[in-house]
Write a protein that binds this ligand. Structure first.
Ligand code: PMP
Ligand code: GLN
Length: 383
């Protein structure tokens, strides 16, 4: 996690957002919305502050939020989750991931299987937990793993199979066949499935299917999500994890010494959000799908080869045709060249896999339409 000089390197998101501020470029790098979320949720937080929800909430999370998470899982997926023993509220999905890995890893021989490219905190959290990372590649086009490669990666050393669906950065949505195979392998090798579903309401066509709903999965699955993406409040850092009571107790044991608790007035506000009518949830999905289409069209006409996403905030584009065989160098130059910031996929892969992803760039579509349109005008100058 440290540079060769022993320095803490900034994450790629911090580095690229700073570059956007410094150059005045449009930030299609870090994935955060540039508009506020639903008014009901924002005013519920203000009301909660006025009503005095300003001291430590319970370590497991505010009871009304845990009840709302349980009701949400039943309403959208038919999952039965006990709010008292099977839900833990965390400081974003990031803390849920780190606390889960720290809780479940026993020692340096434990392996965590992840799909590569992967969200940057995964490798860092696996390293902090002292485990080994085992990667399974997601290749263009489609970014679905090869099932034989997956089966070869999962062994009796596998403690956790870490899933992210819909997937950051590729925009892939995992197929039912892949999900079934993950559950089969977890059973065969007595592994726990940890599934990061922060983009659960942003699967464009297939509809989101939590892996915990598959037969035999719930008993060994920890499902993680976050309010950040669904309600456009990434800075509130309210996330959660649910699963079997014994596993949740293990995660709570670690979480209580990481942050103990947090986000007191935001927790009841997110409970309000989770209870919004269906039209809100289909609305955010349709809205983002339209922005993704706008971004894809802009990238295509600028000369990129676009990998249209099936869900989530991001579009992956191949910059090779624009001279971007080294996407990291391409992205460092892009603010000066075109006034746009994007992130190379190399930031989401381990050192040994860089070559396979060398020309790929990630663009965020979770921005206002006029911002994407302005980015389109700027990118048109590339060729
Ligand atoms: N997982 C994935 C796949 C993400 O994209 C993100 C954030 N963008 C997170 C986890 C972190 O979520 P949070 O901000 O709730 O910690
Ligand atoms: N998850 C966001 C992304 O992928 C960034 C979160 C962060 O800055 N750590 O862009």
């Amino acid at each position: 996690l440290l540079s060769p000089k022993g320095e803490v390197a900034p994450t790629i998101f911090a580095e690229m957002s700073a570059l956007a501020v410094r150059t005045g470029a449009i930030n299609l790098g870090q994935g955060f919305p540039d508009e506020d979320g639903p008014g009901e949720v924002l005013s519920a937080a203000r009301d909660a502050i006025a009503a005095g929800a300003n001291q430590y909430p319970p370590g497991r999370g505010a009871p009304e939020l845990r009840a709302a998470i349980s009701a949400h899982q039943r309403r959208f997926y038919g999952l039965d989750v006990d709010p008292d023993t099977e839900v833990l509220v965390t400081a974003g999905a990031t803390e849920a991931l780190s606390a889960t890995l720290l809780a479940l890893i026993d020692g340096p021989d434990d392996e965590v299987v992840v799909f590569e490219p992967y969200y940057d905190s995964y490798a860092a959290a696996v390293a902090l937990a002292g485990a080994r990372l085992r990667t399974v590649p997601l290749r263009a086009p489609g970014f679905q793993p090869d099932l034989d490669e997956l089966a070869a990666a999962v062994t009796d050393r596998t403690r956790i199979i870490l899933v992210n669906d819909p997937h950051n950065p590729t925009g892939a949505v995992f197929s039912p066949q892949l999900q079934t195979e993950i559950v089969r392998l977890a059973h065969a090798h007595d592994a726990v499935i940890v599934t990061d579903e922060v983009y659960e309401h942003l699967a464009f066509d297939a509809g989101h299917v939590p892996i915990a709903t598959l037969p035999g999965a719930a008993e060994r699955t920890l499902t993680i999500s976050s309010a950040g993406k669904t309600f456009s409040v990434t800075g509130w850092k309210v996330g959660w994890v649910h699963g079997p009571a014994a596993l949740i107790t293990a995660v709570l044991t670690v979480k209580q010494y990481l942050t103990y608790s947090g986000g007191a007035p935001f927790q009841p506000a997110i409970a309000v959000g989770l209870g919004l009518p269906d039209a809100f949830f289909t609305g955010i999905r349709d809205d983002l799908r339209a922005r993704q289409a706008l971004l894809s069209a802009a990238l295509s006409s600028a000369g990129f080869a676009v990998h249209a996403p099936q869900g989530g905030y991001f579009t992956v584009a191949d910059a090779t045709t624009l001279g971007g065989t080294d996407a990291a160098a391409f992205c460092r130059a892009l603010p000066e060249r075109a006034g746009v910031v994007a992130i190379p996929i190399s930031a989401f892969v381990s050192p040994g896999s860089q070559d396979a992803y060398a020309g790929l760039v990630r663009f965020a579509a979770c921005k206002r339409t006029e911002v994407i349109e302005e980015a389109a005008r700027r990118l048109a100058s590339l060729h």
